[in-house]
Write a protein that binds this ligand. Structure first.
Ligand code: GLV
Length: 308
């Protein structure tokens, strides 16, 4: 029996090493050189080729290599009834929170302006940062809750929005369509941490931007498909959005001729806000793998209907 690592374009050698460390008896196969597909019981995947997972008749679970499972759910040829697990990991949460907080602080303390001023040899005498920063976390999953809690610890006013009711200590939580307006009215930084499903695709669009306070700053660390790119540019031109920090894009790497590159107000990072560390995560995949023998329920299973 084996684990197959199916992650085109990603470095898979670390996974082999950390699986070996977690349990040397486990047989690991690496796509595309899978020798015995009938022995594969766990497929660890990241952006697998469509239909690939149908080739493993004894698959017991599909382990997503990251937190967002959209790339799995989008496969129309997904084997039916096979549970899908996601990564829930303290290191992943911590990295995400630090990234988001750094983005907020950079914006608040105008670090980019100071960098440019330095290039000009200019002493930018500025103490102008918004009198109050109210941070809105759109999506209170594991990662969203971690960011919101850490912001509270730092003394920020944190607001959270989720589809169903959630409670996070110190965070003003809103939920459901009826409370969306109040959430949007309360904030001047919006952080998108939504799962990507049909209902959230294109959610960051001109209608949403128009409902925000003028000058709101946007951070998107979820998926590029949440954002309507041209609506962001228009909202920045109108001053409705003051700027954005984007880590995710429709196409990655972001094409060289994409208009975002030429906008000073948009900070771009290469989808590196929080990347699964095999050292930290291999053990939880192995733990789930052993649950096949003991018939215990898998940990961190997502709801296939909901898509997260
Ligand atoms: C990264 O994008 C992830 O989903 O973990």
């Amino acid at each position: 029996m084996s684990i197959a690592v199916i992650a085109p374009g990603r470095d898979r050698s670390k996974w082999i090493a950390y699986f070996e460390r977690a349990d040397p008896s486990i047989n690991v196969e690496i796509w595309p050189d899978i020798q015995e597909p009938e022995k594969v019981q766990c497929a660890l995947v990241w952006k697998h080729p469509i239909g690939e997972l149908l080739k493993y008749p004894n698959l017991k679970f599909i382990a997503c290599m990251g937190a967002g499972v959209d790339h799995i759910i989008q496969d129309p040829k997904l084997p039916k009834g096979v549970p899908i697990t996601k990564v829930v990991d303290d290191q992943l949460s911590k990295d995400m929170s630090i990234y988001v907080i750094q983005g907020i602080l950079n914006n608040q303390r105008r670090f980019v302006d100071h960098l440019h001023a330095r290039e000009r040899g200019e002493w930018l005498n500025s103490h102008r940062y918004p009198e109050k920063m109210n941070i809105g976390i759109l999506g209170l999953g594991v990662l969203g809750q971690d960011v919101a809690s850490k912001l509270v610890t730092l003394g920020f006013d944190a607001f959270g929005f989720s589809q169903t009711k959630k409670e996070v200590i110190g965070v003003s939580c809103f939920w459901g369509k009826d409370q969306m307006a109040e959430f949007l009215n309360s904030i001047n930084v919006l952080v998108c941490m939504l799962p990507l499903v049909d209902q959230t695709r294109g959610f960051l669009n001109k209608d949403l931007f128009a409902r925000l306070n003028k000058g709101t700053y946007l951070i998107n660390v979820a998926r590029g498909e949440h954002l309507v790119d041209e609506d962001l540019i228009a909202a920045i031109d109108e001053g409705q959005i003051s700027g954005a920090l984007l880590d995710v894009f429709h196409e990655e790497p972001l094409p060289k001729d994409h208009p975002f590159w030429s906008r000073e107000e948009i900070m771009i990072t290469p989808h590196n806000a929080s990347v699964t560390d095999p050292k930290s995560v291999a053990r939880q995949i192995v733990d789930n793998y052993h649950r096949i023998e003991t018939a215990e329920p898998f940990k961190f299973v997502i709801d296939r209907e909901k898509g997260y």
